[in-house]
Write a protein that binds this ligand. Structure first.
Ligand SMILES: NC(=O)c1ccc[n+]([C@@H]2O[C@H](COP(=O)([O-])OP(=O)(O)OC[C@H]3O[C@@H](n4cnc5c(N)ncnc54)[C@H](OP(=O)(O)O)[C@@H]3O)[C@@H](O)[C@H]2O)c1
Length: 332
């Protein structure tokens, strides 16, 4: 075999948007396979938003790609040589084998693709692969929509969003997608069967008001940014948001002020709003517990006392500027 392996390496780390200067094409001899390894000729490489994060040298749920190393990515391909009894030449396999034509893969790093009729091998990188599985988990385990609820999904024509909306539809939801441009929106409604699709390049807030007059029960977040800004205030009470990703921010540097909600995904945070009045039994429980702690000298507090009702407005204004020190009360 005279063919060379071709690999895309990470050459430099971008600040903001990646460019060609951050990648390098390298040619190397075909890898030799060792015991229990297979030589795979990759036929399809998956490109996914998460790869932008791997280009940064920052803490995340997965280690960054090192400079000079092959870019990380899932592939499907054919086994061309095998020193592993579980695989034979001609088998189709998938695995995280990187941006390259060939790899010498230890058997445990690749899985044989189940040959499903009507399913091309590339589908194992999308609808039946990581993005499809992401949609399934995000809808059924995180968003948990109920029949009749309004389910909104961003990047609705994409690998994750398109599947997420169809799962929610199958669960009996009214499904509204958000996508960029008329062509994508048409695809989402006509081909994927969503009830509506809104173009985020237009006035998304007004479109959401019209498409979701009762508000949004479940939002599947793929995008962040301006889309998130329009969706959040339209959530219904006790709504659920599956934070899957925020691709609109992946190239934005420096990060805008305020909490970086990308941490919600990276650190698998659970955000749950609450209002104390929804918990009527807690009042008596705490009063009893707090009083006991006070009696035992375990609970301290401080009051900031304004004098006279006429000073209440000033005191209140000061409160919003942090001028109070302790619990602000007005002595009347
Ligand atoms: N948590 C997980 O385990 C997990 C796994 C897989 C993927 N993800 C996340 O899921 C999301 C979708 O991934 P995907 O693979 O399905 O990608 P995708 O939807 O196929 O491609 C990304 C899409 O995002 C939209 N987009 C990009 N920049 C945008 C912006 N500034 N404003 C609005 N929309 C923008 C574009 O669609 P429009 O033209 O329609 O706007 C673009 O086509 C990403 O955030 C990704 O990181 C998370």
């Amino acid at each position: 075999m005279t063919e060379q392996n071709r690999r895309i390496l990470l050459k430099a780390r971008p600040t903001g948007r990646p460019g060609p200067e951050h990648f390098e094409l390298a040619e190397t001899p075909l890898p030799e396979i060792g015991k229990n390894e297979v030589l795979v000729r990759h036929r399809f490489l998956s490109l996914d938003p998460y790869m932008r994060g791997r280009m940064d040298d920052s803490a995340s749920y997965s280690a960054p790609v090192k400079l000079g190393e092959v870019m990380e990515g899932e592939c499907v391909g054919e086994v061309v040589e095998s020193r592993n009894p579980a695989f034979s030449p001609g088998d189709w396999v998938g695995g995280a084998r990187g941006w390259q034509l060939y790899s010498a893969a230890p058997g445990h790093t690749v899985q044989k693709l189940p040959g499903v009729e009507g399913v091309p091998p590339s589908a194992y990188l999308g609808v039946l692969g990581m993005p499809g599985t992401t949609a399934w988990v995000g809808v059924t385990e995180i968003g948990q929509p109920r029949p009749g609820e309004t389910f909104v999904v961003a990047a609705a024509s994409g690998a994750v969003g398109g599947v997420a909306g169809q799962i929610a539809k199958a669960m009996g939801c009214r499904v509204v997608g958000i996508a960029g441009g008329a062509e994508k929106c048409r695809y989402v409604t006509e081909e994927l069967g969503f009830d509506a699709c809104l173009d985020h390049r237009g006035d998304l807030g007004a479109q959401l008001d019209e498409a979701c007059p009762g508000g949004i029960d479940v939002y599947f977040e793929n995008v962040g940014g301006a889309v998130q800004e329009a969706v959040f205030p339209r959530m219904r009470d006790f709504g659920r948001i599956a934070f899957c990703g925020m691709v609109a921010g992946y190239n934005v540097r420096p990060l805008p002020p305020g909490p970086n909600l990308t941490s919600v995904v990276r650190k698998r945070l659970r955000l749950q709003g609450f209002i104390v009045s929804d918990h009527p039994r807690a009042w008596a429980t705490w009063r009893e517990r707090g009083a006991a702690w006070i009696r035992a000298g375990k609970l301290r507090w401080k009051e900031d006392v304004a004098e006279g009702l006429e000073n209440a407005p000033d005191a209140f204004i000061g409160l919003l500027e942090g001028k109070n020190f302790g619990k602000l009360v007005v002595k009347l």
